[in-house]
Design a protein around this ligand. Structure first.
Ligand code: GLP
Length: 633
């Protein structure tokens, strides 16, 4: 068991460092690897590294490549063994881990090819067992693994050790979990294409490494990470077995750390400085924990839940209850753009100017309506000038069948013109396309057009009409692949130009704490840079940034700075707007938790926020869309 570094970390059973962001974490981890590589090199010895795939280690690999290029770090004496590989994919497949590792790392280093090892995903089923043994034998013969790099899956898996994998499991063939396959669906252009089996080092194999460094980024990993670090080890969460390893350390970003007790409930693990924000979080948590509305919380509820000092400082209980109740109450507004001519002292948004220019930034078409379709409609109805800016075309998310149908329509309607030729080309290309092959520029164009059409129809349902839609089609996406996007100057420049042109009073954005490799996070990073570039310009003095979230990301009521409630009818309208994104309908036959379609998730999400407000003792609404305020830059 690891000893915690501080009182606040007393529940943590694995040494966990929260870095400013993923890049800062990777600099530290790469630094540790580089020091070991250099030390061994000086002694004329090799280093054996265990490596991982997925989006998580990509930044680490970029940093290692930089160290190689700019700081002469040599990998000639490095031997590598990868954790896992899909079974049944040839090495050349774009999603094979063999290819991933070469493209993301090995091709850019001076590592000798014979030093590189990955499980062979092409061995016939009957020979897998022997091949797995031979793989283990190889790294044992190399002296065992010095440092193992790990990511973590949303099921809590490490490598491909899904829930149910025992502490002593060895390298073997495994069946992939439904959630894991769903997470891989985008890379494989559809869940049905994701292999069902993989070869992975076992938990026991991983635990034999002398040092284990696990990396995690983004809010999507927060829950599973906290459970792995703080809960009793169980095979229901294989990463929790790392608790028993004295050399295991986690390096995470603030979003992935957000469910650790020291981050989300610091009052349970020591004394805290009771800022208004923490006091609000604590009282909301107390109300939810003891299942009482805020105004009914008693002195003993506080003292029995580690919050006696809050009462000493800011009590008595009833006064504190009223204060927090009022704060929560004031987040609710039917006027997301501010209420004209009203006293706005306690309102989330300022009254003036009465008619605001608003930019809704949507990473892909559909993020806007999913996250804030109801609010969008309100803003338009209340006379604000709303522009929706789609950062990317979203064309990577369109299934081939949709594109084929659209091409056929054009051929049938357009006669002998250029459009028909284009559509016929697309049709031919689609037919010639082999499984998993990337799309041609023509196919991508048509898919992008499809998503534009859906976005227009969807927004029309929200009352936003054509002149106010901007399809930015940023190059980072058009030239990128999932998990490997890299934004550059042209991306930032385009967004900055749009902002300068509109000079918004309000910007609604999302993706601030998403996995940094996701489209949403890259889009948000581009927006931030564009904002940094426009700092000091006159319009910026009167511009607020609000953050919305997708339906897959929960809200704690205390995080909400603006809650926009809806009538049952308005909720129906929002759902209907989402329907228009037809190409985004789920393609999976597996119905997970009965909520597979995005519109179902959005409906449930907005209702759940309303229920939580109700339980705190606030008014009972049908549904709520929520927003955080992004700190002024
Ligand atoms: C896959 C890999 C794991 C990885 C996980 C998380 O399942 N086999 O090694 O940790 O995905 O992926 P990501 O880093 O993309 O979130």
């Amino acid at each position: 068991m690891n000893r915690p570094d501080s009182e606040a970390q007393q529940r943590e059973r694995i040494r966990t460092t929260i870095h400013a962001d993923a890049d800062a974490a990777c600099a530290v981890v790469a630094g540790e690897l580089a020091a070991l590589i250099r030390e061994r090199q000086a002694a004329g010895r090799t280093v054996v590294l265990g490596l991982a795939t997925g989006s998580t280690p990509v930044r680490l690999y970029r940093e290692l490549i930089r160290l190689h290029r700019e700081e002469k770090l040599s990998f000639r004496h490095v031997v590598t063994f990868n954790l896992d590989e899909y079974h049944g994919l040839p090495r050349t497949h774009p999603e094979s881990y063999w290819r991933f590792m070469h493209e993301q790392l090995f091709d850019h280093l001076d590592i000798p090819p014979e030093n590189i090892h990955l499980p062979d995903g092409t061995v016939p089923r009957a020979e897998v067992f022997g091949a797995c043994r031979a793989y283990e034998e190889k790294f044992r013969a190399a002296g065992g693994i010095d440092v193992q790099i790990l990511g973590i899956g949303r099921t809590g898996h490490i490598g491909f050790n899904e829930p149910g994998s025992g502490r002593d499991s060895r390298t073997r063939l495994v069946t992939l979990d439904a959630l894991t396959r769903r997470d891989a669906a985008r890379d494989f252009l559809g869940e049905t294409n994701v292999p069902r089996h993989a070869i992975t080092m076992g938990v026991g194999t991983i635990l034999e490494a002398r040092r284990i460094l696990l990396l995690a980024w983004g809010e999507g990993k927060a829950r599973v990470l906290a459970d792995a670090v703080e809960k009793t080890p169980t095979d229901a969460l294989p990463a929790s077995f790392l608790q028993g390893h004295p050399g295991a350390a986690f390096h995470v970003d603030p979003a992935a750390a957000s469910a650790l007790t020291r981050q989300c409930h610091p009052w349970l693990v020591g004394t805290v400085a009771w800022t208004p924000g923490i006091a609000r979080r604590a009282v909301v948590w107390l109300s939810q924990t003891v299942r009482k509305p805020v105004l009914k919380l008693l002195e003993e509820d506080y003292s029995e839940h580690g919050m006696a000092d809050l009462l000493t400082e800011q009590g008595p209980a009833y006064g504190l209850n009223i204060r927090i109740f009022n704060e929560l109450q004031r987040t609710i507004t039917g006027w997301p753009g501010g209420k004209p001519d009203a006293d706005d002292t306690h309102r989330p948004e300022r009254a003036m100017p009465a008619r605001k220019r608003v930019v809704v930034v949507s990473p892909e078409p559909s993020d806007d309506v999913l996250g804030m379709g109801g609010t969008l409609r309100r803003l338009v109805d209340q006379g604000h000038e709303v522009t929706v800016a789609y950062i990317t075309s979203g064309n990577l998310g369109v299934p081939d069948e949709e594109a084929a149908m659209a091409a056929d329509l054009v051929v049938e309607l357009a006669g002998a013109g250029e459009e028909t030729k284009f559509a016929q080309t697309v049709r031919r290309q689609l037919e010639a396309k082999t499984a998993f092959e990337g799309d041609t520029p023509e196919i991508r164009r048509l898919k992008g057009v499809l998503r534009r059409g859906e976005a227009r129809a969807s927004l029309q349902a929200c009352g936003v009409t054509a002149p106010h839609l901007r399809f930015l089609d940023l190059p980072f996406y058009e030239q990128g692949r999932y998990r490997q996007f890299r934004a550059g100057e042209r991306d930032v420049g385009t967004v900055a130009t749009l902002l300068r042109e509109v000079q918004p009073h309000q910007i609604f954005a999302t993706g601030h704490s998403a996995d940094p490799s996701s489209v949403a996070a890259v889009s948000f990073a581009v927006l931030r840079q564009a904002l940094a570039r426009t700092n000091g310009e006159a319009w910026r003095g009167d511009c607020r940034v609000w953050l919305y979230r997708g339906p897959d990301r929960d809200w704690a009521p205390a995080e909400i700075a603006m809650a926009v409630p809806f009538s049952p009818h308005e909720l129906t309208q929002k759902i209907q707007a989402i329907y228009h994104h037809k190409s985004q309908r789920s393609q999976s036959p597996v119905v997970a938790a009965g909520l597979h379609e995005a519109w179902q998730q959005a409906e449930q999400h907005n209702r759940a926020i309303a229920v939580r407000y109700d339980q705190l003792g606030l008014a009972e609404y049908e549904a709520i869309e929520a927003f955080e305020r992004f700190p002024d830059l």
